[in-house]
Design a protein around this ligand. Sequence first.
Ligand SMILES: [Zn+2]
Ligand SMILES: [Zn+2]
Length: 401
Amino acid sequence: MTLNYLALAVPFFLFFIGLEYLVAKKRKKNYFSFSTSIANLNVGVAERLIDLFTAGSFYFFYDYLHRNFAFFDIQPTLLLWIALLLATDFLWYWYHRYGHEVNLFWGFHVVHHQSEEFNYTAGTRITIFQAVVRTSFWAILPIIGFPAPMITTILLVHGLYPFFTHTQLIGKLGLLEYILVTPSHHRVHHASNEQYLDKNFGDMFIIWDKLFGTFAEEEEEAVYGLTVPLRSHSFLWQHFHYLVELAYGVRRQPGLRAKIKLILGRPSDFDPSLRPLAEKRFLSPHKVQVVSRKFRGYVLGQFIAMVTILFFLLLFEHTAYSFLQITTALFILVTLINCGALLEQRRWVFYLEYIRAGLVLTTTYYYFPTPTMGALLGLVTIATIAFFSSLQKQYLRYVYG
Ligand SMILES: [Zn+2]
Ligand SMILES: [Zn+2]
């Protein structure tokens, strides 16, 4: 049985998040809030989950470009590994900078910046859309001649490093501040203070920011999050709000030229009146108030169960049956939406329970298609439909008190 040891990334990250939480608590620092941390981690879980289905295609893409268009035949020597690391980091700088300077790319990258607290959970806020945009920037690497296995190895290192720059517990790091992107540098990047805006785009090396004039030293204390905070923990809204706003803006523009100009325009020039418009249409007016212990327990319980399932799904990637893989992935995805919607006090969370139950029953029937199982499935379906309203009432009372 071949196990996918990359699954160990899940407990690895969780260990450091737990450690940071404990140290912060011991130092009496208020760096974590329940809702924001859960919302942050949900984004990370989704990325890991979808990566299960897309990582292979990224590899295939690099390999295809390398086999067909490579200029040089690059062999993995120490010097070329270093060159590749630098080249990757250089491309990252520009990918990240355009992520902040072009509306369309900001629509994807904004998710990384929504957290109003800065800790390792914010470091997990990476979306699959960002990965797609990034891959197109890195496409130049196999064309230069770097083979796909080399690129994916470097991307692993490059993906791991930035997680550790998302912390307030580590101060300035002396000489390292001149070479590497440190927590201090990245705090500046996540800040919405005027003098910190659009600064420190680097991922591993700070040299590019110094070279291209986007470097800022950490001086006054940072205020984290977007300049206009997103008042929502909804998983879906966090992912799509800017794209919805952009679509509203594009619709208002007369003519194709103006529309394209807006799509490629700067987020700093973006019409701020579009956000409330989109919110009014799509967002629940309920304020997020997580008070009861039981409610937290319910959300946390789901989260822990979901992460555990994700870990085993990743670990047995090569052995699991594909139908089981897909239904499990869908189950996790629905749970992610559920966790976000619960924090928003959405009443439709109850319907998600139906989808989850449906997924479990279908999967069970798929693998055990006996008449008894079929009858049981039918019975449960009829019962849930018949007692829908009383079940819903009980559920909402249970969750929200
Ligand atoms: Zn950024
Ligand atoms: Zn970051």
